[in-house]
Design a protein around this ligand. Sequence first.
Ligand code: ARG
Length: 485
Amino acid sequence: MADNEQQPAKMWSGRFREPLNKQFEEWQRSFPFDWRLLPHEVEASIAHARAIQAAGILTSEELLQMEQGLRAVTKLENIASHEHAEDIHHFVELELTKQIGDLALKLHTGRSRNEQIATDMRLFVRASIDKTLEGLNEWRIALIDLAEPMAKAFAIMPGYTHLQRAEPVYVAHWLLAYVAMLERDYSRFVDARRRMNFCPLGSGAIAGATLGLNRRIASDALGFTAPTNNSMDATSDRDFMLDFAQAASTLGLHISRFAEELTLYATAEFGFVDLPEAFSTGSSAMPQKKNPDLTELARGKSARLLGAATALATLIKGLPLAYNKDLQEGQEQIFDVADTLAGLFSVLPNFTRALTFRAERMRCAAETGYLNAMAAATYLSNKGVPFRKAHEIVGNAVRLGLDKNLELDALPLADLKQLSEHFQHDFFAAISLRSTVDCHDVPGGTAIDRVELALNEARTRVAADLADTPDSFAHQKSVRMKEGA
Ligand code: ARG
């Protein structure tokens, strides 16, 4: 299709005689969503311009003009409603032409949109990972900050298995379980970042650039570790998007578990936690309600994350090498993952900081329901009774307690002695709430010394992760500084 007044030329119009079907044209455009890649498209274009200048395609003045023109394009506002741009690559070419005339058309020398989109998406995902790492660290710190005073106050709650009261644990120990999940999430994102940080530029449409490009120039300019190894893979690989979405969906599952527990613990039935009013909503019908919308919505968001990971895996499966237009469909999934994570981290740390526990209710719940039965069996086994037998004897004691409506520590010693002669006066101290918790004195256990140590270690690890911020922070800062200069 040749140029006409209404529509600027496509990037590929030369071999076409017939105009595109209007509906198809509109339907296949990615600009309505890929416009948000603008800063990355421009950054990658500047890097490419430097590489083709080194290859003799541009003079140094032309490179300077091109860089200035491209920077001017990043300043454009409200671009999403642009009617003609097919995609972000087309948009930048059109706008750059407005800025610097025909010189703009030299920018596409030695490159293809296939490597461009692969590069833009890597830059987008890398920046999203870095934001996610920041969010994760902030939330880890909020959880540790919440746990620390709970440990100092020896706050104890029931621990559940099968959602039945099992053994008491320190509240701090429970909170640190989530910190442990987030540490693994952190390492999954760091790992994904390390694996994806390679530069597709120079891969061409499929077979590699037809110019003798020094691929290191663009790779270094964009803060990548090195150029990618194989042009067919580089132009069609979307593993890096899948890695990001999968790491996000696992994080989403952890967020959802936390949200579910908080929702449950905020019910009148549990009454362990007071939801902060600033993060709750009321009911338009029932005046008494304070609803846990934040935790419910957070639990719901995990479905989107899991959905995106599933959509991406399904998209990639079965694609022949190399680029296929199907891949365009992956972009919105990634944008949604990035937005969903950003939204979650905009509320989770502050919500966590605002939580207040009803320590008394938690303690009462931990003191009823024979949660010290395991400690009681351990008492007998310390007296030389084989654990299997001890388990049986304490089981009988629990049965007796149930019949008499008494907890183990309220059973008369005489009754206990009928079950085993090993029960002595010291039994009652051994099954007090504190002893019941503190007898779990192994690394990773809930004894108070272990919990305090675990708190310190969690703090040390988050401080190390904070100090070890990925290079792209530094890289992005230097790009911004150059822009400002
Ligand atoms: N908008 C396209 C995408 O997102 C850019 C790459 C187009 N390449 C092509 N051969 N049509 O995948």
